[in-house]
Design a protein around this ligand. Sequence first.
Ligand SMILES: [Zn+2]
Ligand SMILES: [Zn+2]
Length: 212
Amino acid sequence: MSELDPSLPALVGLRCRCGTLRGQVDATPVRGRRAGLHIVCYCADCRAFALALERPDGLDAAGGTAIWQTTPSRVRIQSGTEQLRCLRLSDKGMLRWHTACCNTPVANTMSSPGFPFAGLIRTCLELSDERQAALLGTATGVNGRSAKGQAPAGTEATASLGTILRTIAFLLRGRLAGAQRPTPFFDANGQPVVTPRVLSVAEREAVRERDR
Ligand SMILES: [Zn+2]
Ligand SMILES: [Zn+2]
């Protein structure tokens, strides 16, 4: 399969459900190392993001969100940028990026532009099962203790030491490479490209209630 040849660039389409927002993610491995970390997060905040957008269809049977954590430098948005929106579950929360056109969850980032971190919501990635397995690898389930019902076997209750260390190493490598830039999520002044909307307490409560 030429598309899995590690010497070739592996570009993956990024697409909202309606196709207005489109982009490309460079998932090319570096010296045999995959370009990101593949997780399924069962935490209530990731689930609240999907529920706030009325998009529970993106969750798995136990309420998990599949995420490919890569660096912003690998993400390009090529059309539909004007549809990009940003949500925060609270005024201290992560920035949770989605589209206005069709309420598609797109990505999570930290609130500071200095982190070489973009957690792409996997449902936006245009990948065959085969390419997904090759480029993203098997997902590690995390925060299983917050799952709805029984998370799949092997899901970590929170995050194992191995998962934490892999994440720290990923962030350090990204920082050394300056991979927090370029970014489609922050402008040249380090501000989010759209002003985040923070859920009101009532909205947040309503979302939590629906998760019970
Ligand atoms: Zn859309
Ligand atoms: Zn989560």
